[in-house]
Design a protein around this ligand. Structure first.
Ligand code: CA
Length: 226
């Protein structure tokens, strides 16, 4: 589903997706998108932010509250990145305008592949009171469950699977996108910031997810496989 009020962009996106073999429904208004998705579930949503009716952030929030459909935000504004990938919204990806239709199509493919991929079969990882269960895809601290987005979970699990090993931002994004990532590496930093707020005792003085200046990130604690 393409939700975009600018007809020129809508047409380009529709054409690119149909050309790639996807079936596309498109709407120009946020309220129409919400109505339509109730009657006709879709596999993925491409969502503009500035929309008549109900704006894109609200559409994202409401879809996310009900279903796990992958959402790619089309954003003209870099500064929305934080909000979009943030806790409340939990969009899966974003593409900044202007974008190449080819890039958008590969992001759609990557998101669909990711949404359909089998969950990891592996042992749980434990570091202090933090436990990461890759089968149930849950994270707990003591008795408390920590709610992570898909990307936050993947980054945490990747880092904790090889404690002390330094991962570059490129490595982490390529892991998230199964090697097909191209885009803005700053989104790694946004995910890590949110992750720290959820799993660190003191997010401003992180001990689990360490920044390795000029390189990337590493898991800073000992990990037991349980
Ligand atoms: Ca718009």
């Amino acid at each position: 589903m393409v939700v975009e009020d600018e007809q020129a962009i809508r047409t380009v996106v529709e054409y690119a997706l149909e050309d790639a073999g996807f079936e596309v429904v498109s709407v120009a208004r946020g309220d129409d998108a919400l109505r339509m998705i109730q009657d006709q579930p879709v596999d993925l949503v491409i969502l503009d932010l500035m929309l008549p009716g109900v704006d894109g952030l609200e559409v994202c929030k409401r879809i996310r509250a009900e279903r796990g459909t992958p959402i790619i935000i089309l954003s003209a504004r870099g500064e929305e990145l934080d909000k979009v990938l943030g806790l409340e919204l939990g969009a899966d990806d974003y593409v900044t305008k202007p974008f190449s239709p080819r890039e958008l199509v590969s992001r759609v493919r990557a998101n669909l592949r990711r949404a359909r991929s089998e969950p990891d079969r592996g042992q749980s990882l434990r570091a202090g009171d933090l436990e990461i269960d890759p089968v149930a895809r849950t994270v707990t601290r003591g008795e408390e469950e920590v709610h992570l987005t898909f990307s936050e979970f993947e980054i945490l699990h990747k880092l904790a699977s090889s404690p002390r090993r330094v991962f570059t931002r490129e490595e982490l994004m390529n892991h998230l996108w199964e090697g097909s990532f191209f885009g803005d590496l700053r989104s790694v930093d946004v995910h890590v910031r949110h992750l720290r707020q959820k799993v660190e005792d003191d997010a401003s003085n992180p001990t689990l997810i360490r920044t390795v200046r000029g390189v990337g990130y590493a898991f800073g604690a000992d990990v037991a496989r349980v």
